[in-house]
Design a protein around this ligand. Structure first.
Ligand SMILES: [Zn+2]
Length: 119
């Protein structure tokens, strides 16, 4: 996993910090983007060139996991941390599945004390 982190371009790696503890289920660290530009809903942005800016987690997923990721699929944050860009914490899902999972998580957060949705 840390080998993959070393493959991240240096200019991007400078924006990232590893989470203090590994995720309890995924067993690996979140790669937290702590600087630069973000979307209004908290996802890190990455400027590819002067006229193209993309969300950073999707850029890294395509760079390190699957360059053929179809545009119709969203990347669900399995760690529930929006500023995490670790591609191994992401799973390609349909828009409908992403919505279903988000709604289930919100329901859990409302009904089970101690469960929170991280941003
Ligand atoms: Zn993560």
């Amino acid at each position: 996993m840390l080998l993959a982190f070393e493959l991240v371009p240096a200019a991007i790696r400078e924006r990232l910090e590893l989470s203090e503890e590994p995720h309890p289920v995924l067993k690996t660290h979140c790669w937290l983007c702590c600087s630069g530009r973000f979307t209004p809903n908290g996802y890190a942005r990455h400027r590819v060139h002067a006229k193209l800016e993309v969300v950073l987690h999707r850029f890294l997923y395509k760079l390190l996991i699957d360059p053929t990721l179809p545009n119709v699929l969203l990347l669900d944050h399995l760690c529930c941390v929006r500023k995490c860009v670790n591609p191994f914490h992401l799973e390609p899902v349909t828009h409908a599945e992403n919505t279903r999972r988000g709604n289930a998580l919100l329901f859990q957060a409302k009904t089970a004390p101690g469960i929170s949705v991280h941003t």
